[in-house]
Ligand binder design. Structure first.
Ligand SMILES: NC(=O)c1ccc[n+]([C@@H]2O[C@H](COP(=O)([O-])OP(=O)(O)OC[C@H]3O[C@@H](n4cnc5c(N)ncnc54)[C@H](O)[C@@H]3O)[C@@H](O)[C@H]2O)c1
Length: 348
C-alpha cells in the first residue's frame, strides 16, 4: 500500500487526516516539530489509530525546514505522496511577527520541494486556505473567477505565496510535480471518539474553540464581534466544515494523485460545505449540543471581518466526488465532546 508523508501530522487537521488514511489502508509517516502541538497528541493519535484501524504510523520529530532531517525521513521510508500541513497559522501573531511566518511557511515548502526532487516524489497535497481570496465584493468564492492575491494578513499571504511557488515549480517541469492545493474554509469539530481534537495554545483565535472553552467554564462569555452586518441576523456568516469531512477530502485528493493519469500540474480546489452559518446559528448549535445557553455579549465589529463568505464546492465534487456529510450539529456535538472529555486539551 502507498506510503504518505504527512507534515504537521501532530496538529489538528493532520492528526485527523492520518487516522483517515490509516483507516483506508495507506501507510503513514508523520513529521512534526511540536511548534504548535505536543508529543501527547501523537500518543493520543497512536492509541486511537490502533483501536480504530489496527494500524500504526511512523513518527519523526523534526523541522520540515531542515533539509538534512527531511532527507533521513525520505531515506528511511519510500514516500509516494506528501500532504503538507506543517505551518504556522495564528493570524494575529503573523501581523505582529510577519518574518517568522514567511520564514517557516515558505522555507518548509521550498525544502520539501528540494527533497522531493532528490527522491523523485511527485504528488503534493497542500493545505491552503480560503484566505487566499482577496475579493471583498464576493460572498461565494469560486476557484476560477474569484481573485487571489495579497491576503488580509501575513499568514494569508504566505498561503498565496506558497501556492505560487508550487504552481510555478510544477509548471516549470523542473520537477515532475503534481499539486492539489486544498483551500479550506472553516474547519471545526473533532473526531467522534473525543480522543483527538483542536488544542489551541492561549486564547483561541477561532469561534468554536472559544465557545467550547466558555461551555466548559474556562472563559466567562463569548464576544460576538458585531450584530449589524448585512446578514439575516446581523452576525457574520461562514462556511464551516467538520474536520472528519476535511480529512476525507485529503484522502480523495491523495487517491487522485496516485491513481489518475494526465492530471493538471497544479489545481486549486475549495473544500467547504457550500453552506453558510451565522455566529448566532453556531451558538444555537452549541446550546443544543451542550444542553445549556452559551453566554455571549455583542461587542464592536472587528477590523477586517467580511459579512459573509462561503465556498463554491462544485469543483471538488466533480473532480473527486467530495461532498460533506456532517452537519453543524455534528460539528458542535463532537467539538463539545472533545472539550468536555479534555478541558485542557492533550494535557488531560
Ligand atoms: N485550522 C484552520 O482553521 C485552517 C484553515 C485553513 C488552512 N489551514 C492550514 O492547515 C494546516 C494545518 O492546520 P491545523 O489547524 O492542523 O494547524 P496546527 O497548528 O494544529 O498543525 C500544524 C502542525 O504543524 C507543525 N509545524 C509547524 N511548522 C513546522 C515545521 N517547520 N516543521 C515541522 N512541523 C511544523 C506544528 O507543530 C503543528 O503540529 C496549516 O498549514 C494551516 O495553515 C488551517
Amino acid at each position: 500500500m502507498s506510503r504518505i508523508l504527512i507534515t504537521g501530522g501532530a496538529g489538528y487537521i493532520g492528526s485527523h487526516t492520518a487516522l483517515t488514511l490509516l483507516g483506508v489502508g495507506y501507510d503513514v509517516v508523520i513529521v512534526d516539530n511540536f511548534s504548535n502541538s505536543s508529543p501527547k497528541a501523537v500518543d493520543a493519535l497512536s492509541a486511537l489509530a490502533l483501536k480504530e484501524t489496527g494500524k500504526q504510523f511512523a513518527f519523526y520529530e523534526g523541522d520540515v525546514c531542515d533539509g538534512a532531517f527531511l532527507r533521513t525521513v525520505f531515506e528511511a521510508d519510500k514516500i509516494e505522496a506528501i500532504i503538507h500541513f506543517a505551518g504556522l497559522k495564528a493570524v494575529g501573531e503573523s501581523v505582529a511577527i510577519p518574518a517568522k511566518y514567511y520564514d517557516n511557511n515558505l522555507r518548509s515548502t521550498l525544502t520539501l520541494l528540494n527533497t522531493m526532487k532528490e527522491f523523485g516524489v511527485t504528488g503534493f497535497v497542500f493545505s491552503s486556505s480560503a484566505t487566499v481570496y482577496s475579493d471583498p465584493g464576493v460572498t461565494k468564492y469560486d476557484e476560477a473567477t474569484t481573485r487571489v492575491g495579497r491576503a488580509s494578513s501575513p499568514y494569508g499571504t504566505t498561503k498565496v505565496m506558497q501556492e505560487w511557488i508550487l504552481e510555478d515549480t510544477a509548471l516549470s517541469g523542473e520537477i515532475p510535480l503534481k499539486v492539489i492545493s486544498l483551500r479550506y474554509f472553516n474547519p471545526v469539530g473533532a473526531h467522534s471518539s473525543g480522543e483527538i481534537g483542536e488544542s489551541p495554545q492561549g486564547i483561541p483565535n477561532n469561534l468554536t474553540p472559544f465557545i467550547t472553552q466558555v461551555a466548559v467554564g474556562k472563559r466567562e462569555f463569548l464576544s460576538v464581534f458585531g450584530d449589524d452586518y448585512p446578514t439575516p441576523d446581523g452576525t457574520c456568516i461562514r462556511d464551516y466544515i467538520h474536520v472528519t469531512d476535511l480529512a476525507e477530502a485529503h484522502y480523495l485528493a491523495v487517491k487522485r494523485l496516485l491513481e489518475v493519469d494526465d492530471l493538471p500540474m497544479f489545481d486549486a480546489i475549495n473544500i467547504g460545505s457550500g453552506n453558510g452559518y451565522s455566529v448566532f446559528e453556531v451558538i444555537s448549535a452549541f446550546d443544543r449540543a451542550v444542553g445549556k445557553k452559551i453566554p455571549y455579549k455583542v461587542v464592536a465589529r472587528r477590523g477586517g471581518d467580511l459579512a459573509e463568505f462561503t465556498a463554491k464546492t462544485e469543483k471538488a465534487k466533480k473532480l473527486f466526488g467530495f461532498t460533506t456529510k456532517l452537519t453543524i450539529d455534528d460539528m458542535a456535538k463532537d467539538a463539545w465532546n472533545w472539550q468536555n472529555k479534555h478541558p485542557n486539551g492533550f494535557d488531560d
